[in-house]
Design a binder for this molecule. Sequence first.
Ligand code: SAM
Length: 334
Amino acid sequence: MHAPIQDSHGRTASYMRISVTDRCNLRCTYCAGEGMEFIPHPDILRYEEILDLISLAEGFGVEKVRFTGGEPFVRKGFADFMMKAAQRFPEVDMCVTTNGTLIGDHVERLAKAGVKRMNISLDTMDRAKFEKITGRDEYNTVRENIDRCLDAGMTVKVNSVAMKGVNDNELPGFVEFASERNLDFRFIEFMPVGTETGWKDDLVWTADEILNEASELTELRPSVNGSKHGHGPARMFDIVNGKGRIGLISPYTNHFCATCNRLRITSDGLLRTCLFSDKVYNLRPALRNSKLGVEFVERIIRAANRNKPIGHELLKKMPAGQGVCQTRMASIGG
Ligand code: SAM
């Protein structure tokens, strides 16, 4: 076991988000939209390289790994890879964020292999609106797959990007959905990441507004454990007369940078220490060079993390109406 990785603000890295592809089968307006250029295949980290990275990260104290994208299940062999990773690193909390469109055939075997949790994105309860937001008619598939995950005994978190003029008229439906199921329904404030999302300050449906409106619809009680698993950034509330919980993630109005424990790895092996900063550190050449070895990768991560910024200070300097960084969310992985 190596020493934990700390930054100059005293934050320890214990959570790694790994994007396995920048490709996605949806075209969500707030994320990327149509017409993307993709990273060339040879530059994408191979599965073996990702396993090397996880092994290294476990050694310096990373306890949780989340696979993301793009859409992870678009990448060939991803479900098998994830099962292999879960079996090889049983001590690491291994999870995935997905749009839920392609998981149907994999849910049961993933659950059997020890994948206990699934985060699924769903921004509306309306099929036509789903198609408008994502560019694809996959609403029914996602709904079915959420229930399939629950039936397989998985812990399910549904993530919904909260946007005024898009889904702020759907709160009763969201609350009803969460009341009827044993899951966490989490609202994420629309973030100004990337330059093509049409982000504007007044499009952010804030966490406080959601909480106030939801409290008028149903009785909510702060959850004793906050997040069921670990100390995530979500403020969680039990629905007193329902099965599920409502969560609020407020990166825009109430940042959680002081407790940020994340390292983000893009699919081409760039380390990003802060979601809101385009400063990256390329791990791929070192990961691919057997002479340098993973020790050298660790040295890069340690040096990079020393300069990890407080992202919210970058947000404050953001020009009005623009993205805080150039990189699309689809490339970073959220
Ligand atoms: N394809 C997967 C999915 O749909 O969950 C994983 C990648 S997606 C980039 C990861 C998360 O980022 C999703 O929950 C998505 O809703 C969220 N996201 C994307 N763009 C966002 C934005 N501008 N503001 C807030 N959340 C965003």
